[in-house]
Ligand binder design. Structure first.
Ligand code: DGJ
Length: 700
């Protein structure tokens, strides 16, 4: 059927109708065969008191053809050519991808719409480019990727957050009007993670049809979900362009970031499974195929107090606990005695390190660990040599006061000299020292980001990508962590050139449970930096037993974030225990299918990861249990006909406050059938608030 393009993946179909403009007829469960009559059966009536023509919800909806909701493209040429209407001139499609070229010969614009459906993961990715075909400049104010949703997508789950409280979720009805998120912070941001879910009524972790979306972009963005007054609904995402930010000269083009999306029949678990598969196969590029090393990061241990002898002691203790990569955080470079100085001066502070950094690195390496170093390349302090030499490198708008953030300013990466300086500094550090890992931080937002007077978030974001790309091309073995006051820059596009995220500055294990769960819908555990912090959290002052801290850190890319020299030996043994547990299961954790189970006690998180023959399930009691006895753990994702060996891996030793007698199976290995585990379940011990247990299942 030539008027239809049908893209298929393992479980999904994307059916696109070719008319004046391409329009998605179906995106969701796989349709094996398309009926001859599909064009007739999907033809819409025309309602009274509206336009006399049908208005398609196309791959780039146009205001000019009567789409009165958010158009996919907006712009003008000195006030003209502001309502383009396109006609498809060419299209190409192969099994998993389609490209459409559309033109407007009045406004002299060309659109290229690329859409791909990845066979293995069922993830769709879409992007649009616009080209100016005329000699007068075209001022683009918006170009976004739009994807339709079916009428039974009735509920939304969106994200909000702030520093130390990333990835918080919010549910709302999706029946009239919609949801709009605009991020103008110049980085992905803690506040506006560029992702959302829409789904059928009451969709949850395990049930319901859900559609998930994520815009892979680390700058400003706009994300919306809208219900039209005719009931049709859609999600739209693109870069948020500041006034005048994109001006296209003759034959110049602008492309949107990629919008990633997927559809699931099995609630949020199906979504995360698809995103994780896609990310693992297409986004993450680890330089070596090796287990993710366990970290020790010095920040919460010593902050700015750097004494090489002491740091070496920390390293020895770390190695004894089983740490595999030791990272010196902020405070190592010349003049960096606190937050207010030295950013930009990427030279070793020889007062703090009179014998250089080499002896420390050698010591770390001798203990069998890799060495990592913290940097914050995009920033400059006023109190720095760099600022005294190059005040003009600050990203600002001349004539206005530029506010500081954490007492620092942003460097203009589009300034070639500044870009070259940063590349030279970082490259020299990586050449001179045996550095396996950079923790790349970014601790403030962009305010009035001007490059030669014009808005520069787009340019700054692309220049950051270029700097990372150039550095990785020169030092292909180095790994980089994306940190931005914790989780302020977490997205698929930065992940193409980094290898781990610092999920949050909040190391309070209870808060981390929620943050990590929100992040886990999009990102697999091997890129989620999760550390055991001191017993008293430095951001909340809440105290947690090592069980809660260890179990919470264990399920991501694990690390420790404290001073091991100051910790009592009993506590150190406990760290070693959780590190060993992590290592025992990290192959499964970092390659298996992650899932979450609906807990009948809403004060519990039940998370799991499974391969074809193993499964690990963590039950975390977030607050006082709802009832005196916990509900049985019913595991829906086992094979009904299979048998499993079930054993407890871990539970808090001190958990005898609420429970006076343990179920006797805790000390045994059980053999249970899939049917039993699904339907009857496993009786759990009573967990005290803020504690967690772990169960392992092996298929026999
Ligand atoms: C903010 C980061 O999120 C922390 O982990 C730490 O690296 C500090 N910056 C250092 O200044």
């Amino acid at each position: 059927m030539s008027q239809i393009v049908h893209l298929c993946s393992k479980n999904c179909s994307l059916i696109i109708k070719l008319a004046r403009v391409p329009e998605i007829l179906h995106w969701g469960n796989k349709i094996e065969q398309i009926d001859e009559d599909i064009l007739l059966s999907t033809e819409r009536p025309i309602s009274q008191a509206r336009l006399d023509v049908d208005v398609p919800l196309s791959l780039c909806p146009e205001l000019g053809s009567g789409h009165f909701n958010a158009p996919g493209i907006e712009g003008h040429r000195n006030g003209y050519d502001w309502a383009p209407v396109f006609t498809t001139t060419e299209h190409y499609s192969s099994e998993g991808c389609a490209v459409f070229t559309l033109r407007d010969d009045v406004a002299h614009l060309e659109l290229k719409i690329e859409i791909e459906l990845d066979y293995d993961s069922d993830v769709v990715k879409k992007r649009i480019s616009v080209t100016n075909l005329e000699h007068t400049k075209y001022y683009l104010t918006k170009l976004s990727a739009t994807l339709p949703l079916p009428h039974h997508a009735n509920e939304l789950m969106t994200f909000h957050g702030r520093w130390s409280r990333e990835f918080q979720t919010h549910r709302q009805a999706f029946s009239h009007g919609g949801f709009m998120q605009e991020n103008r912070r110049g980085r992905t941001s803690h506040e506006n993670f560029p992702g959302l879910f829409a789904g059928s009524n009451n969709f949850d972790q395990q049930n319901g049809q859900v559609w998930g979306f994520h815009l892979g972009w680390s700058g400003n963005h706009q994300l919306r979900a809208d219900v039209k007054s005719d009931g049709r609904r859609f999600v739209q995402a693109g870069e948020l362009l500041l006034a005048g930010e994109v001006r296209l000269d003759y034959m110049q083009s602008y492309s949107t970031p990629w919008l990633y999306a997927c559809a699931s029949n099995t609630g949020l678990n199906g979504i995360s499974d698809r995103f994780h598969r896609y990310v693992r196969a297409n986004i993450i590029k680890f330089p070596e195929n090796k287990p993710r090393p366990v970290h020790l990061n010095t920040w919460e241990g010593i902050y700015f107090e750097h004494d090489p002898e002491y740091i070496m002691k920390m390293a020895s203790e770390a190695a004894e606990m089983g740490v595999e990569r030791f990272i010196i955080d902020d405070g190592w470079f010349v003049g960096r005695s606190g937050e207010r100085s030295a950013l930009g001066d990427w030279y070793l502070d020889e007062k703090k390190y009179p014998n250089g950094l080499e002896p420390v690195i050698e010591h770390v390496n001798q203990q069998g660990m890799e060495f990592g170093l913290w940097v914050e390349p995009e920033m400059i302090s006023k109190d720095s040599i760099l600022f005294r030499e190059h005040p003009e490198w600050v990203l600002e708008l001349k004539g206005y006061h530029q506010p500081s953030g954490r007492w620092q300013y942003v460097l203009n990466l589009q300034n070639q000299d500044c870009f070259d300086y940063l590349f030279e500094r970082l490259s020299e550090l990586l050449t001179r020292y045996n550095i396996a890992y950079l923790k790349w931080d970014m601790n403030r937002e962009l305010v009035q980001p001007g490059h030669v007077g014009r808005p520069a978030v787009n340019g700054q974001t692309k220049a950051l990508y270029a700097l990372l790309d150039k550095l990785l091309a020169t030092h292909p073995k180095v790994e980089i962590e994306s940190c931005s006051s914790g989780g302020g820059r977490i997205d698929f596009e930065i992940l193409k050139r980094t290898h781990r995220f610092w999920a949050s500055d909040c190391n309070d294990a209870l808060e981390r449970q929620t943050i990590q769960r929100g992040m886990s819908y999009f990102f697999p555990p091997e890129v989620m930096g999760a550390h055991i912090g001191p017993d008293e959290s430095h951001t909340t002052r809440r105290c947690h037993h090592i069980n809660m801290r260890g179990m919470t850190a264990l399920s991501g890319h694990m690390g420790v974030e404290l001073d091991p020299v100051k910790v009592a030996s009993e506590e150190k043994q406990a760290f070693a225990h959780y590190i060993a547990l992590h290592k025992e299961y990290r192959q499964l954790l970092h390659s298996g299918r992650s899932f979450r189970l609906n807990a009948s006690d809403h004060r519990q998180h039940i998370n799991g990861v499974q391969s074809d023959d193993e499964m690990l399930i963590t039950v975390c009691q977030l607050a006082m249990p709802d009832y005196a006895l916990p509900a049985p753990l019913r595991i829906s994702c086992v094979e009904p006909g299979a048998s499993y060996q079930v054993k407890l891996v871990e539970m808090p030793e001190t958990s005898f406050q609420l429970m006076k007698q343990r179920p006797s199976w805790l000390d045994k290995t059980l053999t249970l059938s899939g049917d039993n585990l699904r339907e009857i379940g496993l009786t759990l011990p009573i967990l005290d608030p803020e504690s967690a247990l772990m169960v392992h299942l092996k298929r026999i």
